[in-house]
Design a protein around this ligand. Structure first.
Ligand code: F6P
Length: 529
């Protein structure tokens, strides 16, 4: 695949942006009665409104051409067919298989992986049921009331986000998440718990991630302060690909829920890594989450580009990143329950497309993944939204609302909805000099783009749709930028450098080869340790 900037559609988009968009006024566009219908896509009672974008029908058709010329559809079909599109790690990319129905067939190295996936799902169901109905008891015979998920990155953020989002469905044990190697994380969590009624879920694909292993060992030591060594078998389970390491830790094979290497860490909440979700909300609700994601998979695989939701989300992102030079993207759920959305998508997006080397090993000469940040509204309005409204550099945003709340405070909910609509309207339409009564400080330039996504309510199914839409958006962008979105070499150097530094901290020695700043800091820290 050639450099995307040399494609005819890229050049046409460049000219279109320069020649046709200079005078585009969103205020005028949004006065056209047909615009809303033309630019919004309903999906399973959800609505994806793209009408507040700096785009005309010509823009969308040029962007669709860009997708075609950059082979997005071809790469997507290869992913769905189980081809090893993560070429640097020689792996297939099959989080989509984790949510496929039992009747599907996806071959990897001559094996249909769907039965394997459903076997694990059956084990997850049985185990979640046993925890939830009290059949699985702790070592002293008491039921499990608290689960601690120990993992980091994809083995933490996805389950953490979903468990928090679906809190209203949580009729099982209380779920805690420990991720950070900072000892305050685990020690604060353990403070409130009773070892006899606590189950640790050690979520680590590799079962070698330093943070997770240190925390898992801290948890084991804590348990062994009050219970004998045999208790590890009833109080620890592992979610991993690495049976040897799991067994060495003391967890029996029957307490390990396997993951295969074709599930990427940041795309893994649909796999055994989702066990904490299934324990919290029950397996039937977990299945609904998978069904929502699968519905979005089918849409992504089959809908034409101009009606394809993730395709449009991805292409509009490229429009702003590469043709307007906007470096960031804000995620603004107007729903506290989705408060960790930005944190979760930050990893999925930035670890996937935060890259400067393309699939062929060439350094790119175009911008790739944007900075993703965000916060739930209305808190965001009293924080960074000043900059989003009036900084010289616009930041495209996604607003997400859930129409029906799980509470009966109607006035609060109406205020929340009204504030969300007001924000996207203010960004798009702005406030002229005249409307601001000549006060220059109150002028809003407008023309700041956003998508609004409406969920009828926050159910497991709609949440599954939403997450899968973002996953595929990221896929589309990676495909156009000609990146491998499924490896993460950028996290390795820091890990490698930390090892000798930890040894120096332990021995209170220094290394003359170090740069002066690191040497100075090391001396300062060791001296006061
Ligand atoms: O941040 C790097 C990474 O490999 C992520 O992709 C992954 O989600 C995380 O570390 C945790 O890895 P593991 O599940 O193997 O502990």
């Amino acid at each position: 695949m050639p450099n995307p900037t040399t494609l005819p559609s890229w050049q046409k988009l460049k000219a279109h942006q320069h020649d046709d968009m200079r005078d585009l006024s969103l205020r005028e566009e949004l006065a056209k009665p047909e615009r809303f219908e033309h630019f919004s896509i309903p999906f399973h009672n959800m609505l994806f409104d793209f009408s507040k974008h700096l785009a005309t029908p010509t823009t969308l058709s040029l962007l669709a051409n860009l997708a075609k010329e950059s082979g997005v559809g071809k790469l997507r079909d290869s992913m769905f067919a189980g081809e090893k599109i993560n070429h640097t790690e020689n792996r297939a990319v099959l989080h989509i298989a984790c949510r496929a129905p039992v009747t599907s067939k996806i071959m990897v190295d001559g094996e249909n992986i769907i039965p394997v996936i459903h076997d694990v799902l059956t084990r997850m169901k049985d185990f979640s049921d046993q925890i939830r109905n009290g059949a699985h008891k702790g070592f002293t015979g008491r039921p499990i009331t608290n689960i601690v998920n120990i993992g980091i990155g994809g083995s933490d953020l996805g389950p953490r986000f979903v468990v928090e989002a679906l809190h209203d469905y949580n009729d099982g044990p209380e779920i805690h998440f420990v991720s950070n190697v900072d000892g305050h994380d685990i020690s604060r969590t353990l403070e409130t718990l009773d070892p006899e009624t606590t189950l640790f879920v050690i979520a680590s694909k590799t079962f070698s991630t330093e943070e997770t292993m240190l925390n898992a060992n801290a948890a084991k030591n804590w348990l062994l302060e009050t219970l004998p060594a045999e208790a590890v078998a009833t109080h620890f389970v592992a979610l991993s690909t690495n049976l040897d390491a799991v067994q060495k830790f003391g967890i029996a094979q029957e307490n390990m829920f396997p993951i295969r290497d074709w599930v990427g860490g940041r795309y893994s909440l649909w796999s055994a890594i989702g066990l904490s979700i299934s324990i919290a909300i029950g397996f039937d609700n977990f299945r609904k989450l998978l069904d929502g994601a699968h519905a979005m998979d089918e849409h992504f695989a089959t809908a034409p580009p101009d009606k394809n939701i993730p395709m449009l989300m991805g292409l509009l992102g490229i429009w702003y990143r590469n043709f307007y030079d906007y470096p960031a993207h804000a995620l603004l759920p107007y729903d506290m329950r989705l408060g960790k959305l930005a944190k979760f998508i930050q990893q999925t997006d930035m670890e996937s497309n935060g890259k400067e080397v393309d699939r062929d090993g060439h350094v790119v000469n175009y911008a790739t993944g944007p900075v993703i940040f965000g916060e739930a509204g209305t808190d965001s309005q009293h924080s960074f939204m000043q900059l989003v409204h009036q900084s010289p550099l616009p930041i495209p945003a996604d607003f997400i609302i859930c129409n029906k709340p799980h509470h009966n405070l109607t006035a609060n909910h109406q205020s929340l909805m009204a504030n969300c609509l007001a924000q996207s309207r203010a960004l798009a339409v702005g406030q002229t000099h005249e409307e601001a009564d000549g006060d220059p400080f109150r002028v809003f330039t407008g023309n700041r783009p956003s998508t609004t996504i409406v969920l009828p309510e926050l159910t497991p199914f709609y949440l599954g749709v939403l997450i899968a839409a973002y996953e595929h958006k990221i896929f589309v962008q990676g495909a156009v930028w000609h990146l491998n979105s499924f490896d993460q070499p950028g996290v390795e150097l820091g890990k490698k450098l930390a090892k000798p530094l930890r040894a120096l901290l332990e021995s209170k020695k220094t290394d003359p080869e170090l740069d002066v700043s690191t040497k100075g800091l090391l001396q300062n820290i060791s001296g006061n340790y």
